[in-house]
Structures are given as structure tokens and as C-alpha cells.
Design a protein around this ligand. Sequence first.
Ligand code: ATP
Length: 931
Amino acid sequence: METRPNQKWYTLAAVEVTRMLKSDLKQGLSRDEAERRLSKSGANQLTASKRKPLYSVLLDQFKDFMVLILFVATLISYFLGEYLDAITIIAIIFINGVLGFIQEARAERSLQALKDLASPMARVLRDGQLSMLPASRLVPGDLVLLEAGDRVPADLRLFTANRLEIEESALTGESVPVSKTAQTLAAGSPDEVPLGDQKNLAFMGTMVTGGTGQGLVISTGMQTEIGKIAHLMNEAEIAETPLQIRLEQMGKILVVVAVLLTMVVIGAGVWHGHELFTMFLAGVSLAVAAIPEGLPAIVTVALALGVQRMIKRNAIVRKLPSVETLGCASVICSDKTGTLTQNKMTVTHIWHGDDTFQVTGSGYEPQGAFLLQGKQCAPERDQALARLLEIANSCNNAQLTYEEEKARRLLSMGKTVKRWQVIGDPTEGALKVLAAKGLGFDVEHGKGSKMAARVEELPFDSDRKMMSVVDKKADGSFVMQTKGAAEAVLSRCSHILWKGQVQPLSATMRHRILDQTEKMAAQALRVLAFAYKPLQGYRTGHTGEIKESDLTFVGLVGMIDPPREEVSAAINLCHQAGIKTVMITGDHRITAEAIARQIGLMRGYGEVMEGRELDRISDEELAERAERVAVYARVSPEHKLRIVRALQSNGHVVAMTGDGVNDAPAIKTADIGIAMGITGTDVTKEAADLVLRDDNFATIVSAVEEGRNIYDNIRKFIRYLLASNVGEILVMFFAMILGMPLPLVPIQILWVNLVTDGLPAMALGVDPPEADTMYQRPRNKHENIFARGLGWKIISRGFLIGLMTLLAFWLTWRENPDDLVHAQTVAFVTLVMAQLIHVFDCRSQHSVFHRNIFENKYLVWAVISSIVLVLGVVYLEALQPIFKTTNLYFRDWALILVAAGIPTFVAGMGGVLRRGALGGARRSSARTARS
Ligand code: ATP
């Protein structure tokens, strides 16, 4: 390639650019050549933001104020001759730091993986075939297709531009879209044409707001204009969630409380005659243990792991805070086509001149017959039918292709079969297949999929609900060919092709056509109308406006788009979970309603509202009606915004899907904006909180379920960690206030913290959901994390754990006051065991008896390994002097297990009784209601 840096591409003609880039305007690059260029030019990416180096993440673990104090205290004890103590404490602090580091590094890695997933795609022609590729794989010379809603994936020299408008604010700061052209800028242009005026170039990172175009990649990655100013684009936002922010604030309060209590413990201990330095070391150890410094990292890991589970279920989270909001969703507004339905369209009916034809065949295979009253007919003999098929073929941007693969069935083993597929809009794909069936186009050789005669296009948009093209016919004349929603097309028709003749379109005829549309729609068919207009006086190179009016109506086409199989069950689940589902579609009211009935969406609230009615009513009226409306039909994207706002004003937390460029405002406004991964435009994806990899409604429901589960799990380990800490503090607190000896030595306190806080808490973060997660109403968005009894559970369980540990200590010590080490060992093991039993209680909102203990195998292993660690410290002779422990016997264990089990057992029984009482009350109120 003969390219130079700072090449002025806008001054070169398209052919010249193609020659220099050694590309081809019809075929694009070959795949091999593209691979070769990729290894030379490198990925088409802007260099990523600088990540925090790992050593700094590691150092951060030791920057905590209390940990520093502990360091100093340990050093002092070292100089006082307590070598073993000092070294062990330092070792424990170090292990703790490394664990924290692993947690944080893991969280960071998962977040990075999320960013990578959000990477954009580009439509590229290689070897003459259109495909979607990750934009990072583009190379100079690649032929890229643009349409409304795309982010321009690299710097391009345009060689076709159909009313192409691009908003370049990312680059120039100018938010008014620039109208692009394919023409070469006049030779002799001044040396430096400002970027905003380089109208035949499209720049990476800018946004296509309208029209279509094609261009050759002239530069990629850091060589692009945006690369030069090193802007970072397309990054998923990894903001902290509201919960993380609140927990950080809470953490600060907990530090103060822990430090104050520790001071009381130290003061009381010294008052009762304990040595100052021993008390100081014990106090600081207690503070270190009691401050849940690992909490933010565990929350991040729980969020990140939850997000990874969502990815496995095809939901990609772009904005982390939305994970929390997902669990609060009370309404899901979903598009119909492709989300509730399969988006696998097949034309089954054609109507014209009072005749209804049935079209046979299945899928995208271009084989099928046209039946009129059961008899096969030849489409080329029927003028209107042939005309309609011609429009279907030409007013169309989809491509029908196939891949050959070996047959899997036993009988035809070894033979090759063709797997037909459509690239582009599925509605248009279905029409391409129809045209191929009817006109016998040689699709296999690409003839049927060529748009050789097209001179101009008025692209489809969901406001006009139609699309037109201007074609040049073989005889040199020009014709406009139009297809679109029946009412939209009909309102622009003045004539009709009726039984072989063009006639004025009478009012009666209009009614007849609309009646026919409704009849087809009632069979859940998507109905499109077809029309044309000869363009007299049109010349090649025409630059004026062309109007979609005075058209001649030809006929109607009906296509099926079956509901997705899993959608009915998902809607049912929403119903149980107190989530309302609403269909929002551009399709016909009757088609929409028929499909809504099929999938069980009209249950309980069953009104259908049309876009034009929405236009007439006020926001207040809409808010009032919105509670009852299940289907919004024939709406434009602008209506979606009003619907979101109306539902929000009723206090709902709204999830809203979208794909087109105009859906972005509604998606941004919704509490959870959801974009389609397959059919969605870059603009919607960037505005969205969640992207559905499979465009499937059921995936939204899975994401909501995961969202609820993640939040519940965060509550579970907050409950566990804080209750454990309350227990630890209270043992020491009460012992010192009551003038007892120290129930735990500093190393034991730190060991409890290490053993219980780490693995079991992490395992709670991946706990499977409780059985009734999707049987509960959505959570209130403003709910405090300690709501629904969590605060009480933490304090009561913590109190019981502290009390029972102290009791076990006191009973053992009272028996043999000379053997303090024995009593301390009993206290130490009781505290650990009480926490390890309590961890199972944290898994249920109701009581420990409501869940299978072995369900979460990570937790079982975490608890087993924690027990092994404690047994090692107690029984290994080498460790006993370090941890100040001694052997325990059967009687000790009996005492330990009873004392450690009581907090969870008492709480569990309380839960069972409460549930029983509640269940009884519910049953009796239900009986009363029935009678
Ligand atoms: P949803 O909003 O659920 O995705 P939809 O796909 O029907 O539904 P739009 O894409 O806004 O919504 O389409 C609205 C109407 O426009 C369709 O019902 C159809 O009649 C017509 N239409 C859809 N696609 C095309 C197209 N490619 N060309 C012409 N008309 C189209």
C-alpha cells in the first residue's frame, strides 16, 4: 500500500484511494489479505487507559490506619523481646494483605473482562461477503457499511453516501450532524481543510445519525484522527454502585465505633489490673479484626461474579450500578419483534386484487410455491404479483447467503447441505426469500441479491414506518419502489394496480385494503404494503428531494414471526415476581394483540393503546392508564420516552428495551436501559445499562433474577461479617468490664479474623438463590441495606455469639483458674465454631432450617478448611506456643459445640416459629376471605 502519514485523503478520488489501498469497491479485501494487514497494522483500538499496577494494589492493602498501628505495636513487642508474637502477627497481617490483594486483583480482572465484552462491531465486506466483525479487527483497505445508529469504527473515505449524516461532536465538539458526500473535495483546496469540512471522510468514534453509506478504511487505531487526540471511546462505565458508596460510608462509621469500643476495652482492662502493653496489643488486634476492611473488595467480587453469571445467561452489564437496580425492576417494557418473537420471519400470505395467495416453504431456503385456492400458480404470469415480488427484491438491503456443510443425518451422511442465512434486517430477509421463491432468481450466484439498478434510497425509519428506493430500469426509465406499514404506505397512495389495471384509489377500496390488513393481522401476521411510482423527469445525479406520494398500491404481504418458546414461561415468572410486562411495538395493533395473547401477556391488565391515542392524551392521563395497558402498538421511539416517564411517575422502576438510534433517549431515561446485542445500534448499546447478547426477553428476566440474587448475597455476607465482628468485640468488652482475664490473646483474635472472614464470606457471595427469590415483590429502590430485619439479626446474633463465647470461657476458667491457656483455647474455638455455624444461618432470610446445608459446596469447603486450620492451631504442638493454645478434650468439645450452636439454633427456631405463625395467620385470613 502506498500510503503516507498525513495523507490528504479527501482530495483523492475514490478510485485513486482504492488503488492506493489495494482494495476493491465491490468485493472488499480478501480475508487472507485482511489477516496479513492486521498483523502489520495491529488491532484497531485506542490504547487502553492505564491500569493501576499490581504492586500498588498490593501496597494499598497495608495502608489501612489500624494495620499501620498494629505494625508499630508489633515492632514494639519485638523490641520488648516477644519475638515469636511479633513475627506471627506480622505473618498474619501479611497473609491477610495477600488475600485482600487476590480479591481485589480478581475484581479488577473481571471488570476489565466486562469492558472488553462491550467492544463494538462493524459491518464489513470481505471476499464479496457481508459480515459483522469486531471493530478491532478492521484494517486499512477494508470496505465498511454504515447506517443510522452506528459508531464509525475507523477513519473512512466514503465512496457512497445516501443522505448520510454524521454527528462529530466526539471529535470536533460540534453537535449538529454534518451531511456527508462521496465527492472528492475540489483539487486546489487549501492545504488544511478543517476536520468538520472533510465531508467525504467519516471519522472513528463519530456517530451516524441518518442515512447509509460505504467507505474504505484509511486508518485505524491510534493513526485515526481520534487516536491522535487519544480520546477514549466506547468504554463500559465501571462506576461504583450506590450500595458500594453507602458501604464505604458505613465502613467509616464502623471504624469509629470499633476504635471507641476498643478504647473502652483497653481502659477497662488496664483499670482491672492488666498490663498496659498487653492490653494495647489486644485492643489494636481487636480493632483490626473488628473493622470489616475486606467488605468493599468482597462486594466488588460478588458483583463481578454475579455479572459473570449474567454473561453466561447472555446478559452483558455495561454499568455496574444497574446490577442493583435490576433487582428492583417492577415493570419490563419490551419490544416485540426479535425480543418476544424469534425474528425469524417467513412470508406466508400475499394479497392483491382480492386474491389471497399462500406461500409454502420453510425457513430461509428459497424453495416454495404460490398457491391460489390450493392450486399452484406461476407468479410471472400474474402482473401484480410479479410487480410485488420485484419491489420485495429491490426495496431491500438484506442478503441471502448459504454455507455448505456436511449433512448430519444418517441417510444423507457425506452429502453437502446448504444452510441458508440472511444478513441484514429479518423482515427484508423474509422478502428476499419470497422474491427468490417467486422470481426464480439465481440467488446462489448472487444475482438476486444485487442491487445493480438502485440509484437512491430513502432508508427505513420507525417514524415513517416505510422505505423507498429509486431504481433505474433496463429501458432507462426510473421508478420508485416502496414498502412499509400498511396504513403508512396506503396514506401515500393515490392509485391501485387492480386486476391488471392502474385505477384511482377510491375510499371504498382503501377501507377494503385496511379490512384485509386487519384480517391478516388477526392471524398474528406482520403485514407490509407494497407500492411504486414511475418517476418522470428524474435524471441520474438528481439532488432534489423525492417525495413518497402519489404511489400506486400493489398488494399486501403477511409474514409470521413466531413467539420465542421460552417467553411464556418468562412472562409467567415475572407475574409471580410482581413485575409487570408491557409490549411496545411499531407493529399493527391487531398483530401485536394476537401475539400478546399467545404469550400470556394480557393477563390481569389487558388494554391496548396505539401511538396516535398516546399523542392525544396528557401525561397525567397516560400515567393513570399506563397501569392497565399491556400493549402499546404502532408507536414511534419518541413515544417510548413518555411511557417510561409515565410509569416512573407512578413509582415504578422501569426496564426498557430498544434497538434503533431513536430509542436511546428512552433507554437513558429508564432505570434499566436494555439494548439488543444482535440488532441493536451502537448508539443504543452505549446508552444502555444492559445488553442482551441474544436479544431475548427471557434473558432480561434471568438478569433480574440474578440482580435479586446478587443483592441478597451481599446482604448475606454483610450480615455474617458484621455479626461476627459484633461477637468478637463483645467477648472482649464484657470480659474487661466484668474484670475477667483476657478471653483471647491478640494472635488468636487475628487468627479468628483471618479464618472466618475470608473464605466463608466469599462463599456466601456465590450462594445460590433462595427458592422464593422470584416469588417476592420487587425491592424498594430506596431500601436501606439493613432493612427487613437485617440490622436486628446482626445485633442479636452477634450478641449471642459474644455471650456464649464468654460463657464457655468463664465456665472453663472457673473450673481451673490456674490454667488460663486452656480457657482461652476454649473461648477461641467457641468463637470460631459459632461463626462457622452461624454462616449457614446467613443463607436464609427465614431460618437456617429452610435451606439445604450442602447446597453451596464452596461454603461447605470453606467451612471445612477453616475448621482444619483451627484444629491445626489447637493440636499441632509446634503451633501451640505461637498461638497460646493447648489440647482440648471431649468435655471441652461438648461445651464448645453447645455454646457455639446455641446462637444459630435459637435464631433458627425463632425463624421457624415466626414463619409458622405467619403461615397460620395467612392461612386463616385466606379462609376468612374465602368464606
Ligand atoms: P418492535 O418495535 O417490536 O421491534 P417492529 O419491528 O414492528 O416492532 P418497527 O421496526 O418500528 O417496529 O416497524 C414498524 C413497522 O414498519 C412494521 O410493523 C412494518 O410494518 C414496517 N417495517 C418494518 N421493517 C420495515 C422495513 N425494513 N421496510 C419497510 N417497512 C418496515
